[in-house]
Design a protein around this ligand. Structure first.
Ligand SMILES: [Zn+2]
Length: 239
């Protein structure tokens, strides 16, 4: 034996498309350098110099990646559920399955256009800051909460908007949470339309933001005395 590897493929269907053939060529070139030995198998963590996995090594790697991408740290909002905070954090990283993201990962989809409006490519920035449906939600939310209108060019601008709102620190935190809740509701409406063909409207999404916002703020913060009738007029009455 000269130590070289001979590969015998056993196909259920012969690869024929250009992509499959290119992948086969890639796989063959990777496998060409593989040498089998009698030693038992072991895992190697190739991203650390000592080739051993540790939580510290992955933490250092994540910190390095975030610094490279210029990401701002996202501080969570304590009065909205964790799932909403995580959703916004993932959106900031462009890690939610929008149609643009799916197409980028070569997942076969019928269209890359926005599920809600059908006018533009469905990216995170479009869905939350450019889509007609979302813009109407933001306009209504701003009127209701008595805050400056949102002109966001990106998802990042949107989640930072609370900083430019009048009011004390407490009210800013309420506004911040409402923006997070609204992103969550827009995404849910988009999914309900996409997966269950449920039609939606900006009024419906706004109604959801107002009631979920009330429920979560009342049950998850010190604002336990808020009153629904007053809240519906404007959350500004709290301050
Ligand atoms: Zn749209």
């Amino acid at each position: 034996m000269d130590g070289s590897t001979v590969l015998l493929w056993n196909w259920s269907a012969q690869p024929s498309s250009p992509t499959a053939l290119a992948e086969l060529e890639d796989a063959s070139s990777v496998l060409a350098d593989v040498r089998f030995s009698e030693a038992s198998d072991r895992w190697v963590w190739s991203l650390a110099a000592n080739r051993r996995f540790s939580a510290a090594s992955i933490k250092a790697l994540a910190a390095k990646e975030s610094a490279l991408e210029g990401l701002q740290p996202f501080g969570k909002c304590s009065w909205v559920p964790e799932k909403c905070n995580i959703f916004v954090w993932r959106s900031l990283l462009d890690r939610i399955p929008t149609r643009q993201a799916l197409a980028r990962r070569n997942i076969r989809i019928d269209s890359v256009f926005c599920v809600l409006c059908g006018d533009s490519v469905e990216s995170v920035d479009h869905l939350f800051s450019g889509c007609e449906m979302s813009l109407r939600v933001w306009n209504r939310l701003c009127e209701w909460a008595n805050i400056p209108h949102i002109f966001a060019f990106s998802f990042g601008d949107l989640v930072e908007h609370y900083k430019f709102c009048p009011g004390n620190k407490e009210y800013k935190e309420v506004v911040r949470g409402l923006i997070i809740v609204a992103c969550w509701c827009i995404w849910n409406a988009r999914n309900a339309k996409f997966f269950s063909s449920k039609e939606t409207s900006w009024e419906k999404i706004f109604g959801e933001v107002r009631s979920l916002g009330f429920f979560w703020l009342k049950n998850r913060s010190k604002h336990r005395n808020i009153v629904w009738v007053e809240w519906c007029k404007s959350p500004l009455y709290m301050v």
